[in-house]
Design a binder for this molecule. Structure first.
Ligand code: GLN
Length: 208
């Protein structure tokens, strides 16, 4: 059985859990360093990155999460989760976990387009069909720089306004990240893609 941890301090962890359960994964809500034991993968959900960082600090999870990342466990960050995984987060007064070689700006779409939905082409998650992925953005960050070792999985279309063509989904080794919320789409292809990475990696993580 594949055990996926979902960081469950704040934000939409229940929605991730529901999709994973539909896909027959064993899901564990993670709130303590002990909860990181024997995982095959970890999801850092969306929410509010400052609140999440404060809770990560209060629950003594910074060092254990860094150890998880260092071990190469597959980790997926959505929205606020992506911000916390970035090496550089503008306007965030907390340290990040530094897994992804990206620079990210919080709440960068501005008030007028606070939240929006769009259809994206994401070849990596294709299931043989060219069906686009309906993507929900909620006070999303904008990725301003992407390092050389980062594989871009999706970007906004060219007519998408100020952040047109910016990267919205990416992979760097065992880590993936999306600025939108696949857990809110009625489409489990992104979760399947993550579970495939987890199964390829094929091992549990146990902290020392
Ligand atoms: N705006 C939030 C932040 O900066 C992220 C929003 C989300 O996760 N949906 O943390």
């Amino acid at each position: 059985m594949t055990t996926i941890g979902v960081l469950s301090l704040q934000g939409d962890f229940v929605e991730h859990q529901a999709v994973l359960r539909r896909l027959s994964a064993d899901v564990r809500q993670v709130r303590t360093p002990d909860g990181l034991r024997d995982l095959d993968g970890l999801i850092m959900p969306g929410g509010e990155s400052t609140t999440l960082c404060r809770l990560i600090q209060d629950f003594n999870l910074y060092d254990p999460l860094r150890a998880v990342i260092k071990s190469g466990l597959p980790v997926w960050g959505t929205c606020a989760g992506l911000i916390i995984l970035a090496q550089r987060a503008i306007d965030l007064d907390f340290p990040t976990l530094g897994a992804l070689d990206i620079t990210v700006r919080r709440n960068a779409y501005g008030r007028q387009v606070d939240s929006f939905e769009t259809n994206l082409s994401i070849p990596a998650i294709a299931d043989g069909s060219s069906r686009p992925f309906h993507s929900v953005f909620i006070r999303a960050p904008v990725i301003e720089e992407v390092g050389a070792g980062v594989e871009v999985l999706a970007h906004l279309p060219a007519d998408a306004g100020p952040a047109a063509t910016s990267t919205v989904a990416l992979r760097q080794g065992p880590f993936i990240a999306t600025t939108f919320h696949p857990e809110l789409a009625d489409d489990d292809r992104f979760h399947r893609y993550f579970l495939d990475i987890v199964r390829q990696q094929g091992r549990g993580y146990t902290p020392k």
